[in-house]
Design a protein around this ligand. Structure first.
Ligand code: ADP
Ligand code: MG
Length: 254
């Protein structure tokens, strides 16, 4: 077995009297599309918020590529190569699609070619390089023709794609996607699935994919973890998880 890229170990989170996560262990293999599913309130978003440093866990630890993330700030975790999207899109509505992606690149702390460009060729060249790279990402998610549109004016499905492009602008090794399919139509979900498969194939990205509806993620996931009321109730191959009586019960109770 290869070493996991992301390892979540015994994570516990409480909000007052609510136990949002109760001793969660999840290993994500490099190059995997790993889904976390579970009914509303199961703790899925809380888990992403712990991994990305927005929440501090009361218990347990998270390691990424062998490095402990505990106590790191969100921007440091981003710089290590973890990018995310939010359950509710958080775009800058008054800026263009292209500008939103360029801001994503700045957020990564400007490393790699961005830094090289800034130092070697001056600001204008760096800017045009970033612009070109941002355009490539819009192309990749299929909204290049909307580059000059204000983000707030885009239809919902395109805003979701834009968020994905912005996350990719940080040049992550790993993507955490919080319910990216929520509110999308079947055809849009199909397109999103293809983009994710393509990203994994062409860029070697590891993807942690959260959804509360089972059917959507099972198609493209290698492995699935199921949470319910802050506990892990099942884990395995999509077919195994789908047939698990505890999982079926958790979803019927929703
Ligand atoms: P999911 O994403 O699976 O729907 P969440 O992680 O959002 O679930 O929430 C898990 C539980 O933690 C819920 O009971 C929710 O109300 C609670 N919770 C999440 N975030 C907070 C917060 N910031 N303050 C208080 N309670 C929270
Ligand atoms: Mg959530």
């Amino acid at each position: 077995m290869t070493a996991p890229l992301l390892s979540i170990q015994d994570i516990g989170v409480r909000f007052g009297g609510i136990v949002a996560l109760d001793g969660i262990n999840i290993d994500v293999e490099p190059g995997a599309i790993h889904a976390i599913i579970g009914p509303n309130g199961a703790g899925k978003s809380t888990l992403i918020n712990v991994v990305t440093g927005i929440y501090t866990a009361g218990q347990g630890s998270v390691t990424f590529a062998g490095q402990t993330l505990n106590r790191l700030k969100p921007h440091d975790i981003c710089r290590l190569g973890i990018a995310r999207t939010f359950q509710n899109t958080e775009l800058f509505g008054e800026m263009t699609a292209l500008e939103n992606v360029m801001i994503g690149a700045h957020r990564s702390g400007g490393y790699g070619p961005f830094v090289a460009a800034t130092h070697g060729f001056g600001f204008a060249a760096a800017e045009s390089r970033m612009r070109a790279e941002a355009m490539d990402l819009l192309e990749l998610v299929g909204i290049a023709e909307d580059a000059a549109m204000l983000a707030g004016a885009l239809p919902f499905g395109k805003q979701r794609r834009l968020e994905l492009a912005r996350a990719l602008a940080t040049r992550p090794r790993m993507l955490l996607l919080d319910e990216p399919a929520a509110g999308l139509r079947a055809a849009e979900i199909e397109a999103l699935n293809n983009i994710l498969l393509d990203l994994r194939a062409r860029r070697g990205l590891t993807i942690l994919l959260i959804d509360h509806v089972m059917a959507l993620v099972l198609k493209i996931s290698d492995r699935v973890t199921v949470l319910n009321f802050g506990r892990k109730i099942a884990e395995g191959l999509p077919a195994e998880v789908r047939a698990n009586p505890d999982v079926i019960k958790a979803y019927l109770g929703e």
